[in-house]
Design a protein around this ligand. Structure first.
Ligand SMILES: [Zn+2]
Length: 282
């Protein structure tokens, strides 16, 4: 240490230069560091010494600090998906899915719980009929301008819009299926029939995607949802009998085949014919 004109101790220039070069060892290192923490004047001299010794060092340091501050902090869902082995870009686009947000999932869980309570007390059919509509609704709000903050980013990212759509649909359907399965556990009287919502739900989701390539996402979800409600109102429990389940599986397979044929010419703007985003494209 050296003593300034004012009488306080300061780090000598030679020691500062050693410290800046990373060649300062204990015990000198300890005293220099404890002094630097308390002395702005010596910190300024250290900055000058470091800049003089290696001009790029300071810029690199600032650039590193900037990068660390600007780096996005992954949320719990993104960390979970990354841990499951999903690559970072896909995980980020998946984590931004509106229908996978806690608020949306909370609303789905609450709706399922209320429906299950009502079904338990009055009519089990209500649960079986309502459960397939929730994944449908969730898929409808999973991908699109206005509802998805990363929609336009996703379109320009080096990932196909179709792949992004399918990744999200699979994730949304899987999460909704788990919630529906948990809710159906509250209806033990139904036995295996409590899972009768699953195949119709799959069929309705794929059918929505197929119809969306012609009518747009919102109209397709509304048309398929209303169609399902009318079908259940007319046939009551028929979709949940063995024959109804087979029909659902066949409908899902046919819709899947037709969608995969249309997928080659997939154009995301056709899913949202009325949005400002699509109008800008034209
Ligand atoms: Zn000092």
């Amino acid at each position: 240490m050296t003593r300034s004109a004012a009488g306080a101790w300061h780090v000598p220039d030679d020691d500062l230069r050693l410290y800046a070069a990373g060649r300062c060892g204990p015990p000198l290192l300890w005293s220099v560091e404890s002094h630097l923490v308390a002395c702005p004047g010596c910190r300024d001299r250290l900055t000058a010494a470091a800049a003089a010794a290696e001009p790029a060092l300071l810029d690199d340091g600032w650039a590193g600090l900037d990068a660390a501050l600007d780096a996005p902090v992954p949320g719990p869902l993104e960390r979970l998906v990354r841990r499951a082995g999903v690559p970072e870009p896909t995980a980020r686009l998946l984590a931004a899915t509106p229908a996978l947000r806690l608020s949306w999932l909370g609303a789905v869980a609450l709706t399922l719980a209320l429906t299950a309570v009502f079904a338990h007390a009055a009519a089990p059919l209500v649960f079986l009929a309502a459960a397939p509509l929730l994944p449908l609704l969730s898929v409808a709000v999973s991908f699109g301008p206005g509802i998805d903050p990363t929609f336009e980013l996703g379109l320009v990212a080096p990932i196909s819009a179709l792949r992004l759509l399918l990744v999200r649909v699979v994730a949304v359907v899987a999460v909704n299926a788990v919630l529906c399965a948990l809710a159906s556990l509250t209806l033990p009287d139904l036995g295996l029939a409590a899972a009768g919502w699953f195949l119709p739900s799959l069929a309705l989701t794929v059918l929505t995607l197929l119809v969306a390539t012609r009518l747009g996402m919102a109209a397709a979800a509304a048309a398929v949802g209303v169609g399902w409600a009318v079908l259940v109102a007319l046939t009551l429990s028929a979709p949940f009998t063995a024959a109804g389940q087979v029909a659902s599986a066949v409908a899902a397979a046919v819709a899947c085949t037709l969608f995969s044929r249309r997928a080659r010419a997939f154009d995301p703007s056709r899913l949202f014919p009325r949005s400002a985003f699509t109008r800008r494209l034209r």
